[in-house]
Design a protein around this ligand. Sequence first.
Ligand SMILES: NC(=O)c1ccc[n+]([C@@H]2O[C@H](COP(=O)([O-])OP(=O)(O)OC[C@H]3O[C@@H](n4cnc5c(N)ncnc54)[C@H](OP(=O)(O)O)[C@@H]3O)[C@@H](O)[C@H]2O)c1
Length: 175
Amino acid sequence: MSLPLIFIVAVAKNGVIGGDNKLLWRLSGDLKRFKALTMGKPMIMGRKTFESIGKPLPGRQTIVVTRDTSWRHEGVHVAHDLAGACVLAQEVGQSMGASEITVVGGAEIYRQLLPQADRIEWTEVHLTPEGDALFPPLDPKDWRESAREAHLRHPEAGDEADYDFVSYQRITNGR
Ligand SMILES: NC(=O)c1ccc[n+]([C@@H]2O[C@H](COP(=O)([O-])OP(=O)(O)OC[C@H]3O[C@@H](n4cnc5c(N)ncnc54)[C@H](OP(=O)(O)O)[C@@H]3O)[C@@H](O)[C@H]2O)c1
């Protein structure tokens, strides 16, 4: 049986997820949640998002999507199209005993894979920054909010905004 495809994303109130290939906020609670949601699982990401992180994250298997057939990085799986990335993620996920496959951005990858996503773990960031990377709008006929947890910022931990953890469940058949 194929593993479900889970998006993990932090989105500002205006749909912005990043700018100049960087995140635009610091939220320690969100970083912790990202780690918890991805640990022990394959993560599919675009080459630009990988470059902004700079290295494979421990305890996870990184699958980078790039059209550049000469691109390599130690400790990273490479795919040259999204179908190939999904097949590879299934194989890697099965071999590591993962319960699901995660998709962690950026904007290009989210946009192209959204029709195949089963669930979205969305951090709603209470900011409206300017940025060039946006999450595609969710069609309410495809998605329903299944959980929401509000969090106030902890400035002492370096949080720059309040945020909500929201889960969206697909209500139509994506795949
Ligand atoms: N807030 C969040 O949760 C979050 C999460 C992740 C990223 N981000 C932000 O998102 C931004 C990056 O997003 P982005 O859209 O610019 O870049 P991206 O999606 O990370 O990567 C784009 C690259 O992926 C490769 N690619 C895309 N589609 C492909 C396909 N169909 N087949 C093969 N390769 C493909 C190409 O690499 P090549 O050019 O090498 O061919 C393309 O340039 C940054 O600002 C980052 O901080 C935010």
